[in-house]
Design a protein around this ligand. Structure first.
Ligand code: CO
Length: 132
């Protein structure tokens, strides 16, 4: 069973400009940029009282978000991340129910294991699980 909404991720064409919108226009607390070479993205997190927003920028030539940006040149919502207590148990249960899981758990932006679930099986939305 899923728990808290850990974050909503937004792909952006210009990470600095997007961080400025959240920092200056919306007045939110914005973290420094961090490269995530294992995931092909650079991340910035916006801390909100009840959840986080993850801004994703392209890192390298094999970034998994390049195609998304080609389809959505202004950026857009990319995935939702839910917390689960045991990521492997959650995966095994959903795979058994026929859900498509994308790859093996990897260490994500918060130093915890993450895993992605196919949007075709989850209401048209890419779902990230984070062990919490
Ligand atoms: Co994420």
């Amino acid at each position: 069973m899923i728990g808290r909404l850990n974050h909503v991720a937004i792909v952006v064409p210009d990470l600095k400009a997007a961080a400025d919108v959240y920092r200056n226009t919306l007045g939110a607390k914005v973290t420094a940029e961090e490269d995530q070479p294992d995931h092909g993205v650079t991340t910035v997190f916006i801390d909100l009282p009840n959840t986080k927003i993850e801004l994703l920028g392209v890192l390298g030539d094999k970034s998994p978000i390049t195609a998304f940006l080609e389809r959505n040149p202004n950026g857009g919502i990319h995935h939702l991340c839910y917390e689960v207590p045991d990521i492997k148990a959650a995966r095994d249960k959903w795979v058994e129910q026929g859900a498509r899981v994308l790859g093996e758990p990897k260490i994500g932006a918060h130093g915890k294991p993450v895993l992605f679930l196919h949007p075709k099986d989850f209401c048209g939305t890419l779902v990230e699980l984070e062990e919490a």
